[in-house]
Design a protein around this ligand. Structure first.
Ligand code: MN
Length: 231
């Protein structure tokens, strides 16, 4: 097959312990999945069904890269998140089977233009401009389940210039990884290459040019992102 111009390269992430890379198909994100974060965003923490938004696969940013301060925001936020990499297709996946679809786990940062997101939220409009902008999805190397097992607990923290801003435990997730996989798969066919960002704990806040933001999860290492000047 030939195209009118070269197709875009496939976005991907490195895999720790493997020379091969993980090709990214789609990025699904869970909204408000830690109670203390839901409260800080002015919402009730509860077990209402979770809701989702997405980012384009080519929003991914590699560990160690610089992200330029994005346009049209004056309140650019970090969000530390556990990411789940799907390795096996599935529809209508039962919770008890859900972890069999996981290839691996990693550390992510759901970068957010908070002013645009909240304005959209208040007007009942889509979140895309607040969440799905260019280079909004830094992610570190994936760790295979065969190396690290499954993660239902463990510290997640985020620092800006060395100061701790977010500190929580994966056991505080309102909707667990198997529940999230099952719920998504009853609405959309999950495919190998899909990434799920599982939500952020409390303590979200702003980044400015020159900041160095580090997200860490026990057993998964660090993700370092430097914020550059607006371009
Ligand atoms: Mn998030």
């Amino acid at each position: 097959m030939t195209f009118v111009f070269d197709p875009m390269p496939t976005p991907s992430l490195p895999v720790t312990g493997d020379a091969l890379r993980f090709p990214i198909r789609r990025i699904f994100c869970v909204g408000r999945n830690y109670a203390a974060h839901a409260i800080e965003m002015g919402k009730d923490p509860d077990r209402d069904p979770p809701f989702f938004f997405t980012k384009p696969a080519d929003a991914v940013v590699q560990d160690g890269e610089t992200v330029a301060y994005p346009p049209e925001t004056e309140n650019f936020h970090y969000e530390a998140e556990l990411i789940v990499a799907i390795g096996t297709d599935g529809v209508n996946i039962a919770e008890a089977e859900a972890l069999n679809h996981v290839y691996g786990y990693g550390v992510g940062n759901d970068l957010t233009r908070r002013d645009l997101q909240l304005d959209a939220r208040e007007k009942g409009r889509p979140w895309d401009w607040g969440k799905a902008f260019d280079r909004s999805a830094p992610m570190a190397a994936l760790h295979r389940v065969s190396d690290v097992g499954h993660l239902s607990a463990g510290a997640i923290r985020l620092t800006v210039n060395g100061a701790v801003k977010q500190e929580a435990d994966l056991s505080e997730l309102i909707w667990t990884v198997p529940e999230v996989i099952s719920i998504i798969s009853h609405s959309i066919a999950l495919k190998a290459g899909d990434i799920i960002m599982t939500g952020t704990p409390a303590g979200v806040g702003p980044l400015v040019a020159g900041d160095i933001c580090v997200v860490s999860i026990d057993g998964l290492g660090d993700l370092t992102t430097t914020i550059g000047p607006a371009v």
